[in-house]
Design a protein around this ligand. Sequence first.
Ligand code: MG
Length: 465
Amino acid sequence: MNNSLVSRFLCLALSGMAGVLQATARPPNIVIILADDLGYGDLGCYGHPTIRTPNLDRMAAEGMRFTDFYMAGCVCTPSRAALLTGRLPIRNGMAGSHSTRVIGSRHTGGLPQSEITIARALRARGYATMCIGKWHLAGGTPDALPTRHGFDAFYGLRWSNDMEAGGKKSPDEAGRTRDDPLWWNCALLRDETILEQPTDIRTLTARYTQEAVRFIRAHKRRPFLLYLAHTYPHTPLFATARFQGQSPRGLYGDVVEELDWSVGQVLEALRRERLDKNTLVFFTSDNGPWLQRKLDGGSAGLLREGKGSTWEGGMRVPGIAWWPGKIPPGVVTRELACAMDLFNTSLKLAGTAIPGDRILDGVDLSPVLFDNGKSLREVMFYYRGDELFAVRKGPFKAHFIPAPGYGSGGRAPVFERHDPPLLFHLGRDPSEQFDVAHEHPEVLAEIAREVEKHRAGLQPAPPQY
Ligand code: MG
């Protein structure tokens, strides 16, 4: 079946499942705000001593803060593919490999049309859908852009802010250096058309925010999904003049404080339009901090390692849920949750059926969010590329291959295999320092059974890049 036929089939299947939106029962709006490479320890409400994040702190005080919220990937492409489809990247072709971690312009693949994104499912239910910010699920062709995956509109970059400069020298022919936001040659798209290239990437957070507020205002009479995937604090770092030089944490702090301001603007727009009581807002980050960037990278707090790694710092990220009147205020939950769960949760809240023709790895987070039950999630699988590196069950985490970070100073990372695996108790030892495998053979056996069950039902999709 070609792509357009697959699309048409999916649309029919989804509209059949959901029916058209009834005017009498308006389902809630969904807003997902995603930072890029923001670490577990980079917000005030997660313990950062100098980065000021009053808006996110207030969002947590008015809503729910997760201590154990995970991404299903440790770099941009797999983690976003999983968030939007509720499926492990190994199932949707977006896992990457040991050597190719993320998709770029040289690739011809992208998120397959056979995948159902939150946007596609909610659009079939009558939602207005928009993606603002970084996509990173398409190669060099438009076939997998947001507009081909259920989003009515797109405003943002196709890839990371460091991926369009190619092999440029600094200074380039125009005399620009790497300190110049234009040197990075980023193309800003509206839907599928390039609006600007090079784009002044200093202005991205401000412009994404303006676009988000405009979208909220324009759709106040209709349910909407807003996926606001910020470009920062992925390096190179740039902030608008108003935020530059303001944070005691330096430029990284300036950039995070501007993101915090943006969250405040979005929540304020929802309050102003009287949509706050009917909107779930979820804030998180696509992976851990890029530690190899030193002062330009963030912090995972007391978690070990960062971006690119399957140690906790690579995949455990801030997670804050906000819905005044529905989510009880000031709750800190220690329940296990993952970004893939936003798929099931969003569909459930929208009143649309969960697709039954595929294996989903997400669970409905409603019992946790509405504080009336335990998490339905029991296990976390930590993939690096297409290989399973670690598994968490309850407080225990077994590492078959303890992954190094994103880059090891230009050297090829060393993958050491452990059989039996290393075992850490994340409650007693959140920094994963003390191997307790020899004390808990029964836990290792239980985790081995989970892996066996997982592998028995796993059919890896053909890699898209
Ligand atoms: Mg990232």
